[in-house]
Design a protein around this ligand. Sequence first.
Ligand SMILES: [Zn+2]
Length: 284
Amino acid sequence: MDCCLSMQKAAEYNLKMHPMWQGPLAVPGGDRQSPIDIVVRKSVFDSQLKHLIADYDPTTCQQIWNNGYSFLVEYDDTTDKSTLKGGPLQDKFRLCQFHFHWGESNAWGSEHTVDRRLFPAELHLVHWNSDKYSLFEEAVMEDNGLAVIGVFLKVGKRHDGLQKLVDALPAIRHKGSVVEFTKFDAGCLLPNNTEDYWTYHGSLTTPPLTESVTWIVMKQAIEVSHDQLAVFRSLLFTSAEEEVQKSMVNNFRVQQPLRGRTVRSSFSPFLKESPSDQDDQHTH
Ligand SMILES: [Zn+2]
């Protein structure tokens, strides 16, 4: 079975079936939609792209909830205690939440792809511009309002940092459930190498799909175990009251056209890759 085709079918099925995609906000409007396929050799090396500075304070972590489409780990964003600066960003951005997208199998699940390569899951760390705006709700509607870091997950050894999160998931199995979740350092989910990334202007991949996002997609994936991903898949799209329970899988959006946008890279794609990077390319 062709992997990309079955993934596309799974996503389209989800778009039709999942209530989140049935409202007017789910209709994409513009020319800067996400996610996209990153074509490595078409990305443009930009030597001006700086190092990212993710300065996260674990004490701002508050709770984890199943919103019926993914699970969100939410941070107190009333102060500048957990911020992202540098990279392609001119301003300071506050961490407000992170979440994942994943597939029903390890063959697909990520929203972005790299040269059409699919990953089993993708982490999104969502930040809003606290230099220009005073609330997430304000920033989400504006150009340069949001910065989202995307990190690919690949199957390998167990991720110790992620395990604390995985252990909390059975408590939020059903849609709408929330539990306290504190002192989690979101920085532990970043890859070792945060210097190499792609960046482009895009949108949220869930309604309202606003084109307010500076995407920063990490080149290096993080490794998690199959068992850890299996716990993601044990979550439910449905609330406890619903008669037919539905597994939370394939919660990713179909890919969107690039429409003339440029994807910039912080590294030169034409330099020979290190052996460890080579290894990253063959685990799918
Ligand atoms: Zn997302």
